[in-house]
Design a binder for this molecule. Structure first.
Ligand SMILES: Cc1cc2nc3c(=O)[nH]c(=O)nc-3n(C[C@H](O)[C@H](O)[C@H](O)COP(=O)(O)OP(=O)(O)OC[C@H]3O[C@@H](n4cnc5c(N)ncnc54)[C@H](O)[C@@H]3O)c2cc1C
Length: 496
């Protein structure tokens, strides 16, 4: 999708839905989406206590990825949800705000200029040129925006392909759990999340000779081949009906820059990961959460500065870390090299008795989930992360995600992320902090006093939930300088 602000988002595909690739939604993504008011709708569609039977050799180990020791988030679980449902909920949230996604319209050209971008759009009815302030290229791995911005796309294809299929299965499968089997060729997953049949099967295997466009759905896979994959992995189930299947060639690549002038890249247009640990869609949404408010603030108060530069400076290092994690996990999951094969085929079965012991270490599991779900992401080095004077010695630092916790504000006990669920910048005053008389809260700048947090300082939280400024005292001039750097001053009662 290429988003032309302030125009509607547009989409080359004529139809709204396509088969889902992603099935995993992480806690940090739910947090990032909270200000849009969509988390209840997403959770209603999701399995928020997913149970997985891990089949390792002849052993079966049951794992439930819920109720994790993550007290600082309202979502201490993994969520299984089809990408199609996530896209539907987000499209509905746009429709509720009077914005329709323009399907069947393709962005064919962008020309960046000093004041605006000239974009060429082609639909069945016409080809037109429009002038827009910015373009967010969320147009997937073969991004037109990236190509036209002249941004390099470095990396390589994996020598593996992922098989997706929706099938009816008859056999030894629990009704209440997904199954993951460690086979010699790679991991094989079956989830009760099929779109055209009960089960969704996901498997990896060495790539065939045919050239497939990376990241795109390729030709179907015959039932006999799928059955052979299941037999080889040791899953005792038979395919009794195959509704849909596809092969996808996977790659690991990253754009050299996420911004060129008024053109921005987000999601798979900026980084393409292996599917291991389920990061691509989550990272795409978190990119958008980082970029969206910056574009909105920049559009309200034009000018150059650190605000828009910070998108690349903050998100590219995160993309590099995610790339390393997904590469390592995919190597363990899908490599047919001798080390990974021995790891899966021999070491994993011998280590199987230890798995329940490890899973019983709640802190260990929680820390693993914290890493995978991006709760650890921090922008401490960003120009937008400012430590005020006097220094605030405790609590989250400038650049850190604001942890969720129970607080008292306005005479009631409330979770902090609920208090901050409205869009905009939130300034949190300690219990005994001076009043911010020089700052009038505005439409996108909110001030809250936390009666449960002793002290005289403040924390200012960006619209995407990261601490931007903190100080041990109510230093209004330092706060105003930070708001000006964000171009958020315009949203206060007076123009900073
Ligand atoms: C097997 C598999 C499993 C996965 N599982 C997970 C998972 O569990 N969790 C997870 O987070 N991620 C997962 N992913 C990754 C995830 O699917 C992608 O990262 C995600 O779809 C990226 O979204 P995107 O919007 O950036 O790009 P895309 O999904 O590629 O969407 C881009 C859209 O832009 C449109 N478009 C392209 N060019 C133009 C143009 N010029 N004009 C207009 N429109 C255009 C395209 O038609 C397309 O619909 C998985 C991937 C695979 C292959």
């Amino acid at each position: 999708m290429a988003t032309c602000l302030p125009n509607a988002p547009l989409h080359r595909r004529p139809e709204a839905a396509r088969p889902s690739r992603a099935l995993i939604l992480h806690s940090r993504t739910l947090e990032a989406l909270r200000p849009l008011g969509v988390t209840q709708a997403l959770l209603a569609q999701a399995d928020i206590a997913p149970t997985v039977d891990l089949q390792i050799g002849s052993r079966m180990v049951r794992v439930t990825l819920a109720g994790l020791a993550l007290p600082d988030t309202a979502f201490p679980h993994l969520s299984l949800i089809r990408q199609m449902d996530v896209e539907r909920v987000l499209a509905q949230a746009l429709a509720d705000r009077g914005i329709q996604v323009e399907h069947g319209t393709e962005l064919t050209g962008v020309r960046d200029g000093p004041e605006s971008v000239r974009a060429t759009l082609r639909s069945p009815a016409r080809t037109e040129e429009i002038l827009v302030g910015f373009v967010a290229g969320c147009d997937g791995p073969a991004s037109t925006v990236r190509a036209q911005a002249g941004i390099d796309w470095r990396g390589r294809q994996y020598p593996a392909e992922v098989i997706l299929a929706d099938a009816e299965l008859d056999g030894d499968l629990a009704d209440d759990a997904a199954r993951v089997v460690a086979g010699r060729q790679g991991l094989l997953f079956v989830f009760r999340l099929g779109e055209q049949a009960t089960w969704r099967l996901l498997a990896t295997r060495p790539a065939g000779g045919n050239e497939l466009t990376p990241g795109q759905f390729g030709p179907p896979v015959p039932a006999a081949e799928l059955q052979a994959l299941m037999d080889e992995a040791g899953l005792s189930a038979r395919i009794t009906g195959l509704a849909w299947s596809s092969r996808i060639r996977v790659q690991r690549r990253m754009a050299d820059r996420f911004r060129e002038g008024r053109l921005f890249l987000a999601g798979d247009a900026a980084h393409a990961y292996s599917p291991a640990t389920g990061q691509g869609m989550n990272a795409a949404i978190q990119d958008a959460a980082n970029l969206g408010w910056k574009l909105a603030f920049a559009a309200a108060r034009p000018g150059n500065g650190q605000l828009l530069d910070s998108y690349d400076a903050e998100r590219r290092p995160v993309a590099r870390q995610v790339m390393a994690m997904t590469h390592l996990a995919f190597w363990a999951e899908a490599s047919t090299g001798p080390v990974a094969s021995v790891l899966r085929g021999r070491l994993a079965p011998s280590a199987a008795p230890v798995v329940p012991v490890l899973l019983g270490r709640h802190r260990l599991v929680a820390e693993g989930m914290r890493l995978v779900s991006q709760l650890r992401v921090s922008y401490r080095g960003s120009a937008l992360s400012v430590e005020g004077t006097p220094h605030r010695p405790a609590g989250p630092r400038a650049g850190d995600r604001l942890p969720d916790q129970l607080v008292t504000a306005g005479g009631r006990s409330i979770r902090l992320h609920d208090l901050l669920a409205g869009p905009g910048v939130h300034i949190l005053l300690d219990r005994d902090a001076d009043r911010l008389d020089t700052l009038t809260p505005g439409r996108f700048v909110h001030v809250h006093r936390l009666a449960s947090v002793p002290g005289r300082g403040l924390i200012a939280v960006r619209p995407d939930g990261y601490v931007g400024f903190r100080c041990q005292a109510t230093e209004a001039s330092q706060l105003a300088a930070w708001l000006t750097c964000l171009r958020a001053g315009i949203f206060c009662g007076h123009d900073l």
